[in-house]
Design a protein around this ligand. Sequence first.
Ligand SMILES: [Zn+2]
Length: 321
Amino acid sequence: MMLYLMTDILYFCMRKHLFIGSMKRIFLHTCPLCGSDALESAMECKDYYASGETYVLEKCSKCGFLFTQNVPDETEIGRYYETPAYISHSDTRKGLTNSLYHIVRKYMLKRKRLLVEKISGRTNGNLLDYGTGTGYFAQTMKEAGWHVTAIEKSEQARKTALDNFGLQVDSEQTFSQLQSGTFHVITLWHVLEHLQNLNEMWEQLRRLLTSDGHLVVAVPNCQSSDAGYYGNMWAAYDVPRHLWHFSPETMRQFAEKHGFRLIRTLPMPFDAFYVSILSEKYRQTALPFIKGMCSGLRAWLRACRQPDKSSSLIYVFRIGQ
Ligand SMILES: [Zn+2]
């Protein structure tokens, strides 16, 4: 009996040691935007979605860039996406929130296509959609006559795109092999905040864009009115999956650092509803859907008056200063 007990204790200790010892994390000593080491803790956020772990968001006191500190590295982060409801990579329609998400997505796909065509002044050309997920936007553009290259890290999402649309989606390994100066438009819809090699990505984007091309990047806005309202419970902090938390000012600085200029900023006000409902769920309030809708409506109205307070923003860049 004693031997069994000792074996169990030994096994438990070994597992615990292995888990902690094997978890590779990235600790940043300097700001990825300006290189300053003047970093200060801004808040603590919990991963309500997958792990329950707490992460510190650090802010650079020189340039104001906000990021998640001590995140699991590329080899470990995959497990933090592995829940059935990760909506951008799956097609679950369970629950009112997810159903609403799908209705809004259909409307937004059309708006995204019209936006790309308006800003680029083209109705066809070479388009790269990086982080295409299950391929809805890429397929929409393909059907509209664009020559689309789609890249997605998740093998499951690539398979779903192929099964649903017959859409060929490449893995991220092919990205660095794409021909320079090829794409008239490059889109990253809620992707940049997930990418570990942030500066390298900006450089690749500049390499791949044609000299008169347009780069379209949508990311959550950490200076939105809903971010201010929910504080560290704001669902779009989404730690540790969201590594970077952009504001209009830090996006502009990143663009300039990598040879782009920001030519337009457009609001994505509907995101406020989805993010607010999720935030209410995290707060464990009663009737999260109704409260989230009310809160989302307030944020939406505020964004109508002040677009740079929108829950998410679409940034449009061109090459050159
Ligand atoms: Zn900085």
